[in-house]
Design a protein around this ligand. Structure first.
Ligand code: ARG
Length: 478
């Protein structure tokens, strides 16, 4: 109906379908309805609608919220046109005023931001759950001897709890980014209209307040056509996916028969249709791919955003579904990773075995240096020789003493002393630095991380409440 003035012909059906965003507008349906409620209230303030007209229109839109329309009529370019058409049929005068001072360009950004705030809060919840699970298990397994690797070679005795706390620490470092994304979305573009603002004296602060936005945008051109906040959001999901991918990779490796350090839960594994003995870590495998999938979405979004002059072009519409997809992928990967961590079991005999000498042999060198003043390079050389003997099964009291002599280390240490120094439990409890795998430090760090999680929860809860209260007030205003 808005075409008829300028264009003589209706749109080619295939072209209409081709250019419509209806297919993926379902995600912002509710948000668009709320934005129209707010706009009706703004028009009431301007004096274009009467108080009664506004009230009735808000009530009608409330009905639309409760029973959302089918989004299958592709003669509509997008959800904004569907809502305007729906209201126009029920309240022709209000419907005819709905686009006064409001463009789809500012409305769509407002809707994406409103919805994205909810989705970021949901993303926070899934990250929070995984973090809490990692920390809970880290505490439980803080004494469970487990090797850590560098270059995928056994490097040092540590604990499984230490590894889990490491992943929780990585996730916790995303919180400032998570909050940044929320704040970028907490800005109302309404009143920007299509590109340069409007001569309709809309109260922008009032609009922001009605929808629970914390502030209003500073420039109409930027507000309507920048999708930087979407790039920032997908980048965040990419970082989450990166962490989940390396964790998944680690689970696949450690659960393989060759490592045999972990057993993944049956309910998250599959078997082979031809090789009956197999237990395939399929959930971890799919999780490992998420980083590529999200990277694909990010590069598509970036590519589209980069080829844009400053004002709105329809290209921008194609970015939005990449955002929702990135969030979907990341949230499901988070949930399934949480299940894997909750339900995996550790082959403790095997993990302790992997920490036996020579894994902790640097402790012999450290001991000789710290207690006898042996130069560390010399002590390191001796330990290297000893580790070769251990690997070859040739370490005896005799070969031990002989190696000491060969390495030019003349201190009174017996093979038994050396073996004790390398005993895994003694090694991990002997770590002195904060941040080490010493169970005592890990337990303290886990406690602090739990407190940090709690603080972050409060931050999100407060924002969530603010938004939900605003929307409830808008919806229910008599
Ligand atoms: N469907 C569009 C989007 O998602 C809404 C804005 C369309 N604006 C326009 N002038 N055609 O970005």
């Amino acid at each position: 109906m808005h075409r008829a003035g300028r264009l003589e012909k209706g749109m080619d059906e295939e072209a209409a379908r081709y250019t419509s965003s209806l297919e993926f507008d379902r995600e912002i349906l509710e948000a668009v309805i709320y934005i129209n409620m707010a706009h009706v209230r703004l028009l009431e303030r301007v004096g274009v609608l009467s108080e009664q007209e506004a009230r009735e229109a808000v009530a009608l839109l409330g009905k639309l919220l409760e029973s959302p329309p089918m989004l299958d009529r592709h003669e509509f370019e997008d959800i904004h046109m569907v809502v305007e058409d729906w209201l126009s049929r029920r309240s022709p005068r209000v419907g005819s005023m709905l686009a006064l001072g409001k463009s789809r360009n500012d409305a769509v950004v407002a809707a994406i931001k409103l919805r994205l705030k909810q989705r970021v809060a949901q993303l926070h919840e899934s990250i929070d759950e995984l973090c809490a699970t990692l920390l809970k298990q880290a505490e439980r397994e803080a004494e469970t001897i487990f090797p850590v690797y560098t270059h995928l070679q056994r490097a040092a005795p540590a604990t499984f709890g230490f590894i889990l706390h490491g992943y929780a620490t990585r996730l916790l470092k995303l919180y400032p980014h998570l909050r940044l994304v929320y704040e970028l979305c907490d800005e109302s573009p309404l009143g920007s209209a299509a590109v340069a603002g409007t001569s309709v004296p809309l109260d922008r602060e009032y609009a922001a307040q009605l929808l629970g936005f914390g502030k209003i945008s500073d420039n109409a051109l930027e507000a309507t056509a920048s999708r930087d906040f979407i790039i920032e959001s997908i980048s965040l999901t990419l970082l989450v996916a990166l962490i989940l991918s390396s964790l998944a990779e680690e689970l696949v490796l450690y659960s393989s028969e060759e490592f045999s350090l972990l057993e993944l839960p049956d309910e998250l594994s599959a078997t082979s249709s031809i090789m009956p003995q197999k237990k395939n870590p399929v959930v971890a495998e799919i999780t490992r791919t998420k980083v590529w999938e999200v990277l694909g979405l990010l590069s598509t979004a970036l590519g589209i955003a980069a080829r844009q002059p400053s004002g709105y072009s329809l290209d921008l519409q194609q970015i939005t579904p990449k955002l929702w997809k990135a969030l979907d992928e990341t949230v499901s990967a988070l949930r399934l990773t949480t299940k894997m961590i909750e339900n995996l079991s550790i082959n403790t005999a095997r993990s302790a075995e992997a920490c036996k000498p020579p894994t902790g042999i640097v402790e012999v060198a450290n001991h000789l240096t710290l207690n006898y003043g042996v130069p560390f390079r010399k002590a390191h050389n001796l330990a290297g020789r000893l580790s070769r003997l251990i690997s070859e099964g040739k370490l005896t009291p005799e070969t031990f003493q002989q190696t000491l002599q060969e390495a030019g280390v003349s201190v009174g240490i017996t093979l038994e002393d050396a073996l004790q120094l390398m005993e895994p439990r003694r090694v991990i409890h002997g770590y002195k630095t904060r941040g080490s795998a010493n169970p005592q430090y890990v337990k303290t760090a886990v406690k602090q991380a739990f407190q940090e999680l709690e603080r972050q929860r409060e931050w999100f809860l407060e924002r969530r409440r603010k938004m939900e209260n605003a929307l409830a007030t808008l919806r229910e205003a008599e």
